[in-house]
Design a binder for this molecule. Structure first.
Ligand code: ADP
Ligand code: MG
Length: 492
């Protein structure tokens, strides 16, 4: 189906005083290219540093300086385009977008306008209810970032920091295909995930490596698109959700009062949780775009594009499908595991040659659960994939019970070591010797005649007996054997 025609699920409709409404969202995401140097100069593109530490004469727009295109940044844009299953344009043009701002020393931004390097593509987003939605990508173009004005350093002066001036940005423009704040959040999350897999953007929103202009309009379900407002520079996924919900309600309020929406640029005030007007369409800039005479059109050889394609990693959607088919995982578990490349790799190192479901269970529930609690990641995990694999092996072989495995995990987490050796040394092996279990069962039956009477009437009291046997055997008795022996002796 043409995704622009998609109507939101009823659960996402917004109730107004006069009936239901649907919210329509399209995003322009600015993603900083992961590159050592800037788009048109050799200055460092690294985050941080003292103000104006990373500024070349090109970035400061000294007279007579000429931009030289950074081949690596172009490659990163092409890689991203390929990852978005998009059309790569072998011919594209850099334009000057003219405007004045103190942190834009050139007086124009070099961007791409009519002929971007990447054309139409798509991103699949996975929603909590298991549904997948396709979001169309309209284009991806390369452009320079601007510097930053600092207004809080001096009582009556503003300063300018040009460290970011000239850093390479990819502007990724979506179609208006999202129908709720959750869909928009899922889209940005997926886009960031894909770029992290590709290594083209670190997706670090706190450092401004990724930020979004959020276009929002409302309509009657299935009706004509309404006039949109654009919320500029939203730098967190949570804020984006809040901004969309506030903005949709604001527009519905105006329309239901008989008013009309002015197409305007707005800002989200995170402290107040509301959007407010920045400038209206009438005040919109006329950027007087024209091709930058200092730069030749960008011509890509198809062979070069093909060679980049050869180096693309397996992307999250494909990896997830493979985890489901090769390891028998649920879609949910597979989604959790592929969320980052490092976690997916970790899982595969555990699962190779082992029971995939058991491996997934251990990686997700035990390891990730523990890492989260300690604020660590798989990269800084004190327990390695080989160690988790060792624990899984011991469970699979029946050497230890699931309960002992958790204790063993704790030991490995704090003390390290080879799981099999630790089990050996500490005597954690499961007792499968039925003689020993029988002895424990006999003792418990003998000393609890009242409970023995009770369990005959209430068979689910068996759990109490199992618990007692486990206690006396230090949790090491094979649970299946305990159950069988108890049932036989109690006559259940
Ligand atoms: P402009 O060039 O003025 O920024 P575009 O047509 O390129 O306009 O659209 C910019 C963004 O606005 C795109 O991400 C697009 O999906 C989104 N958009 C367009 N129309 C609407 C609408 N009616 N409601 C919400 N978003 C929209
Ligand atoms: Mg725009």
């Amino acid at each position: 189906m043409d995704s622009a025609k998609r109507i939101a699920d009823k659960k996402d409709w917004i109730k107004g005083a006069s009936g239901d409404w649907e919210v329509i969202i399209g995003l322009e995401v600015h993603a900083q290219v992961l590159s050592k140097a800037k788009l048109f100069s050799g200055a460092s593109a690294e985050f941080g540093g003292e103000p104006n530490d990373h500024v070349s004469t090109v970035d400061a727009a000294m007279p007579g300086m000429l931009p030289v295109i950074n081949r690596f940044c172009v490659e990163q844009a092409v890689r991203t385009g390929l990852g978005l299953k998009a059309q790569i344009n072998n011919y594209s043009v850099f334009d000057r977008k003219n405007y004045f701002y103190p942190d834009l020393p050139q007086g124009y931004q070099i961007s791409q306008y009519k002929q971007p390097v990447v054309g139409e593509g798509q991103v699949l987003i996975d929603l909590d209810d298991g549904k997948t939605v396709t979001v169309g990508i309209e284009r991806l173009h390369l452009e320079q970032d601007a510097g930053k004005s600092l207004h809080d350093q001096h009582p009556n002066m503003s300063f300018v920091d040009l460290n970011r001036s000239g850093c390479a940005l990819m502007e990724i423009v979506s179609r208006p295909d999202m129908r709720s704040a959750d869909e928009a959040k899922a889209y940005v999350t997926k886009l960031r995930q894909i770029m992290r897999y590709l290594g083209t953007c670190d997706g670090n929103m706190e450092q401004g490596s990724m930020r979004a202009d959020v276009n929002v309009s409302v309509r009657r379900p299935g009706g004509e698109f309404g006039t949109r407002c654009e919320i500029k520079n939203v730098n967190s996924i949570r804020f984006m959700g809040q901004a969309i919900e506030y903005e949709a309600r604001r527009q519905i309020g105006i329309l239901e009062d008989g008013g009309a929406i002015d197409q305007e640029t707005r800002l989200f005030d995170a402290r107040k949780g509301e959007t407010r007007s920045m400038r209206s369409k009438e005040e919109a800039h006329d950027y007087r775009y024209f091709p930058d005479p200092d730069l030749l059109p960008l011509e890509l050889e198809q062979g070069w594009v093909d060679s980049i394609k050869q180096t693309l990693p397996e992307l999250p959607d494909e990896k997830r499908a493979r985890f489901v088919s090769d390891y028998g995982l649920s879609a949910y578990d597979a989604t959790v595991l592929v969320s980052e490349r490092a976690s997916a790799d970790f899982f595969e190192n555990v699962a190779k040659g082992r029971d995939g479901k058991l491996a997934a269970n251990w990686v997700i529930n035990e390891l990730f659960g523990r890492l989260n609690k300690e604020g660590k990641s798989v990269e800084t995990s004190p327990v390695s994939a080989a160690q988790i694999g060792g624990i899984v092996d011991l469970i699979s072989a029946g050497t230890i019970s699931g309960k002992i495995a958790k204790d063993l995990f704790e030991i490995i987490w704090t003390e390290g070591g080879n799981p099999a050796e630790v089990v050996e040394k500490r005597g954690l092996k499961q007792v499968t010797d039925t003689g020993a279990i029988e002895k424990a069962v006999d003792e418990i039956i003998a000393s609890n005649p009242d409970k023995v009477e009770a369990v005959k009437a209430k068979p689910n009291m068996l759990g109490w007996f199992v618990g007692q046997v486990m206690k006396t055997t230090g949790g090491k008795a094979n649970p299946q054997a305990v159950n069988d022996i108890l049932k036989a002796k109690l006559g259940l």
